[in-house]
Design a protein around this ligand. Structure first.
Ligand code: ATP
Length: 236
């Protein structure tokens, strides 16, 4: 589970997140919502243990995030893979396992290859295992990155804008993989998004932030006109 109490997150003297308190139970899926610059990525990266400039209490499965990194997988908004390196889909997935084990290999060990195939199967992409990552569609790339995040068997999965820049049919595919993760794995999932609509079925909780916590609760509690208007202005 995740516990945040009076959490303040900084970039030098700038406070990007102010006094945020919430708890998320193991196995729950949280949608993190807020306008541009609200601090969604900052909060996600801090929970991932990638940004350590914070004050207040923050525990991920009982530990400060940096000490829990072996059970956390983080999928950034835009992947940083150099597409000129001609990696196959299966190799991209295997990188997730190799990285977590601190291994650098020129050939992928059999066991990791097997796990990577399973992860590709889970996201419905086993058939493209040998295709170059760079040649895949946007939706397929996102699903391969989900497989890469899953192959290390995390307890917490952090997804930054997993649906951005995808066409509607690719969005449906990615949402269905996230739903499968939620229903079949018991992994706790945090997802930042600008548009909660495609994800509300999956979200157990929604957190709305704009530097400060505006609302936290079930989708029915949070997605009310008067709360949304407070942050985004009057709905047209
Ligand atoms: P978006 O929806 O546009 O991606 P966001 O809600 O994810 O926005 P963040 O990217 O977390 O917001 O940014 C929150 C605030 O922190 C912004 O004011 C941003 O300018 C600032 N910020 C983000 N990264 C840095 C950084 N590396 N150094 C300094 N300030 C930063």
């Amino acid at each position: 589970m995740i516990i945040a109490e009076n959490l303040n997150i900084y970039y030098d003297s700038y406070k990007a997140i102010e006094d945020v308190t919430f708890e998320l139970n193991t196995g729950e899926t949280l949608l993190l919502l807020g306008p541009n610059g609200a601090g969604k990525t900052t909060l996600l990266r801090t929970i991932a243990g990638l940004h350590e400039e914070y004050k207040g209490k923050l525990l991920v499965f009982g530990k400060p995030p940096v000490k829990a990194r072996d059970v956390i997988s983080y999928v950034p908004q835009s992947h940083s893979l150099n597409e000129r390196v001609p990696l196959k889909a299966i190799e991209v997935v295997a990188m997730g396992a190799l990285y977590k084990k601190g291994l650098v290999h020129f050939s992928i060990p059999k066991e990791i290859l097997k796990e990577s195939e399973k992860a590709l199967e889970f996201v419905g992409l086993r058939r493209i295992r040998d295709k170059r990552f760079a040649e895949l569609s946007g939706g397929q790339k996102q699903r391969v990155l989900l497989a890469r995040a899953l192959v290390s068997k995390p307890k917490l999965l952090l997804l930054d804008e997993p649906l951005s820049a995808l066409d509607p049919s690719a969005r449906v595919e990615v949402v269905s993989v996230i739903a499968k993760i939620k229903h079949e794995t018991g992994i706790t999932v945090l997802i930042t998004t600008h548009d909660p609509n495609p994800l509300t079925e999956i979200g157990d909780k929604i957190m709305l932030i704009n530097r400060r916590l505006i609302a936290f609760g079930t989708p029915e509690d949070v997605l009310k006109d008067e709360i949304i208007t407070k942050v985004y202005g009057p709905l047209s």
